[in-house]
Design a protein around this ligand. Structure first.
Ligand SMILES: [Cu+2]
Length: 132
């Protein structure tokens, strides 16, 4: 997975439900980042690489930006996604194993009223209480 990081904000990635390493690894002149919420990915292109064991639980998991102080702002603006490991349909009765899988995720966006206007809290606007 390669994460393009713009210059506007730093970020990182955190994976829910995957017991993956938080360690960074350097191969040649490329750094592969682990799942470490304390890492601040530098601007430019960053690489995240880890192995999911063959015997990992199957199911749907999710990942999101988790840079402390910017998490709510970045996640509510879309820096999150779903990740499917394996195909858990094989546990269904035979007649359901070929059903189409659709992914659906819900996010909440918390808006606050500032001086009569609704706004999404960000960590950049001092008038609005910051999120996590
Ligand atoms: Cu999380």
């Amino acid at each position: 997975m390669q994460i393009p990081v713009g210059h506007a904000q730093p970020t990182n990635l955190h994976f829910h439900g995957l017991p993956v390493t938080p360690r960074n690894r350097k191969v040649g002149n490329v750094t592969y980042y682990g799942d470490n919420v304390l890492v601040c990915l530098p601007a430019g292109r960053s690489h995240i690489r880890f192995r999911i064991p063959e015997n990992h639980d199957q199911g749907t998991f999710w990942y999101h930006a988790h840079l402390h102080g910017l998490t709510d702002d970045q996640v509510s603006r879309g820096l999150a996604g779903m990740l499917i490991v394996g195909d858990s349909r094989r546990y269904l009765p035979a007649r359901f194993r070929r059903i189409r899988t659709r992914l659906l995720s819900f996010k909440d966006v918390q808006a606050v009223n500032v001086a009569g206007r609704w706004a999404i809290p960000t960590n950049r606007d001092p008038r609005i209480p910051p999120g996590r």
